[in-house]
Design a protein around this ligand. Structure first.
Ligand code: PLZ
Length: 452
């Protein structure tokens, strides 16, 4: 981590365990939580946080853990990044809220100007701001339906788009996201994704796109489709990177049939994959883009950005919400985007890939339980299977995750089958810390995969 990215309050960037994990104080809070917090809300690791900064999370027992999750791809710029903290402090002292729909403020406009600059394509763009990723996706569907006069929305196997009623319908996986929460929104149609590791061997991106398009044309009807919504690299679905050519072919089909190509870049966006946006890797220019997570350094903010004429198609007052584009969150976003640009955090994401990929591939060679190593930039994953097969091994995945946690490294899982171990380090993580996390990962595999 460079000095500019550390402030006086940034914790020492080290892995340090002074108790078992979770420690006694965290366990006490877990017990308190159990009687006050709904058990429907889960936590990956029941360690209560006291401070966090750069690439570490310091818990209430004084343990300093390496953060390989960034609060699910949010604190890309580092936790409590000094520039974000300063911007937030200044804004929060000036005014905390007026509601942009009542009396507007410059920060909101500036964030929309930045989104127009950094999202793919040099056409005229406009944006609207919201609070959560799910809300941005909901609004993308609203705009697409309004602008096209059509109702059908096409989504993909393994997709994740949120937990609200409409976004549950867009999300693929039943457990835990949808189970028992129906009925769901209608006019949502799911088609096969390009998932190279689990697809027919040798199928190209163009062929996988043709397979999806045939289903759209025969089962939905091209002229009924308002939007095709896709994560350019699937997040919760398991960091599924579609075969090359898949995204451009889908985008071309949209262009030819009057449907909008909507990129959900909520997890992939804002430098995470080594570019501002994941669509850029194949030169795809979406009609609409959703952003959230990494955009505001940990404050809740999301955006919908798109072709100006689409974003203006909705009647005035048709989009909004009390808190959407809150001034404090906007100040945080401006500091975040500025830091990303000045510190070249897209380059930092590529450097993380350069450090991690060879180590993950070596682990694959050595252990025989990693079926696939994939991802891009600082969004990397391994898919854990029974040796010599593609059969998912969620149980082993769980053991490896727990072993990492016990040794002070926060890692997350993903995937329809729960067997994908994913890595989303803050883009500012120091090289030493990253290597130490990889050492812990190696040790976890060595301990949990006997005989290897
Ligand atoms: N679209 C691509 O990754 C959020 C969800 C965690 P919200 N992913 C993390 C969980 O279990 O709830 C996400 C995403 C993509 C939309 C969303 C939704 O963003 O800010 O969680 O609503």
């Amino acid at each position: 981590m460079t000095d500019v990215l550390a402030g006086p309050d940034t914790p020492i960037q080290e892995l340090r365990l002074v108790t078992e994990v979770p420690g006694p104080r965290s366990r006490e809070l877990t017990a308190r939580r159990a009687s006050a917090v709904s058990s429907a809300v889960g936590s990956v690791l029941p360690v209560f946080v006291e401070r966090a900064g750069g690439g570490v999370v310091v818990d209430v027992d004084g343990n300093s853990l390496i953060d390989m999750g960034s609060g699910i791809a949010v604190v890309s710029v580092g936790n409590a990044a000094p520039a974000v903290v300063a911007a937030v402090q200044q804004q929060v002292a000036a005014f905390t809220h007026t509601c942009f729909m009542v009396t507007p403020y410059e920060g909101y406009v500036e964030v929309c100007e930045e989104l127009a600059r950094i999202t793919p394509g040099d056409h005229a763009k406009k944006s609207a701001l919201f609070n959560s990723g799910a809300e941005a996706v909901e609004n993308a569907v609203k705009v697409a339906r309004h602008a096209t006069g059509r109702s059908a929305v096409v989504v993909f196997d393994h997709a994740y788009h949120g937990r609200t009623n409409l976004t549950m319908a867009l999300t693929a996986k039943n457990m835990p996201y949808k189970h028992g929460f129906g009925p769901f929104a209608t006019e949502v149609h799911r088609v096969p994704m390009s998932y190279p590791f689990r697809d027919q061997p040798g199928i190209t991106g163009a062929q996988a796109a043709a397979r999806a398009i045939e289903i759209i044309e025969t089962q939905v009807g091209a002229t009924n489709v308002a939007a095709v919504l896709i994560e350019p690299i699937q997040g919760e679905g398991g960091f599924v990177v579609p075969a090359e050519g898949f995204l451009p072919a889908i985008a071309d089909w949209c262009r030819g049939s009057g449907a909008l190509f909507v990129a959900d870049e909520i997890q992939t966006g804002l430098c995470r994959t080594g570019d501002w946006f994941a669509c850029e890797a194949e030169g795809v220019v979406p009609d609409l883009v959703t952003t959230a997570k990494g955009i505001a350094g940990g404050l809740p903010l999301s955006g919908l950005t798109g072709r100006a004429e689409l974003m203006d198609a909705v009647h005035t007052g048709g989009l909004g919400g009390t808190y959407g584009g809150n001034p404090v969150a906007c100040a945080a976003a401006l500091a975040t985007i500025r830091t990303m640009r000045e510190q070249d955090l897209a380059g930092a994401a590529r450097a993380i890939e350069a450090t991690m990929l060879p180590r993950l591939r070596a682990l694959q060679e050595r252990t025989g339980v990693i079926g696939d190593v994939r991802g891009r930039g600082a969004m990397l994953a391994v898919e854990i299977v029974r040796p010599g097969t593609t059969e998912p091994d969620a149980e082993l995945t769980g053991r490896i995750v727990r072993a990492c946690h016990a040794q002070g490294v926060i890692v997350l899982t993903a995937g329809t089958f729960g067997n994908v171990l994913r890595f989303l380090p803050p883009l500012v993580i120091g090289q030493d810390l990253l290597i130490e996390a990889l050492d812990v990962l190696d040790a976890a595999f060595a301990a949990e995969v006997p005989g290897r």
